[in-house]
Design a protein around this ligand. Structure first.
Ligand code: ADP
Length: 220
């Protein structure tokens, strides 16, 4: 099979980042998290990054035109995502999904994986979430790195994200319901949607996703 084009949908804390990285490795495709792109640009102190950070710290969405501008560069033919990808955190509004379809003209998405996790569980996951500042690997307070708060992968400091405050998380979950949940119907109508139970052991969730992707990609 060719390099798959995948989209991960799911609430904050559903595991899109963790599973996205594993899927990227498994299929040999790039993983693009728009949240990570914005955090990296904010840490680098670019005008663009600092502007995005204002929205992120409040739990608000970065405006569509800004996000779409970034994605347009990445998805351009010959660009980093021109041969397969796993998108995490984009699209997040109906306007963004329509734009994605336009940008992908002739190379449509193979599968949209809706990682389903109940709200009580994601709230607990986010409250305990800690992230490596350099490689963005995600940990939970219940399972710290071998040397506390030094990343096992690259030795970077493992910290709490600035937008993981209770207020910002509540706002992000509210925006998920208003702006992103409608994408579930959008992709169901296009017969692209596959819902995967995101509760349980990370390895089990990963196997569930791979199984459904392999079925979809070999039998579209
Ligand atoms: P989470 O899914 O937990 O909110 P992300 O790392 O995916 O974490 O995103 C962090 C923040 O980045 C979001 O709260 C939002 O401000 C911004 N962001 C990321 N992707 C998008 C997008 N597609 N559209 C608008 N804002 C986005």
């Amino acid at each position: 099979m060719g390099a798959p084009r995948l989209v991960l949908l799911g609430k904050q804390g559903a595991g899109k980042g963790t599973q996205g990285k594993r899927l990227a490795e498994h299929y040999g495709i790039p993983h693009l998290s728009t949240g990570e792109v914005f955090r990296e640009r904010a840490a680098a102190g670019t005008a663009f990054g600092l502007e995005a950070k204002r929205y992120m710290d409040e739990g608000e969405l970065v405006p569509d035109d800004v996000v779409i501008g970034v994605m347009e560069e990445c998805l351009a033919p010959g660009g980093p995502l021109s041969d397969g990808f796993v998108l995490d955190g984009f699209p997040r509004t109906l306007a963004q999904s329509r734009e994605l379809d336009r940008l992908l003209d002739g190379r449509p998405i193979d599968a949209v994986i809706n990682l389903e996790v109940p709200t009580e569980i994601v709230i607990d996951r986010i409250a305990g979430r800690r992230v490596c500042e350099t490689c963005q690997r995600v940990y939970h307070v219940s399972m710290p790195p071998t040397t506390p708060w030094i990343c096992d992968d690259d030795g970077g400091p493992v910290v709490q994200r600035e937008d993981d405050t209770e207020e910002a998380v509540m706002r992000r979950l509210e925006l998920y319901e208003q702006e992103t949940a409608p994408l579930i119907d959008y992709y169901r109508e296009q017969r692209k949607l596959t819902t995967v139970d995101g509760v349980g052991d990370g390895d089990e969730v990963f196997e569930r996703i791979v199984k459904t992707v392999d079925e979809r990609v070999s039998d579209p």
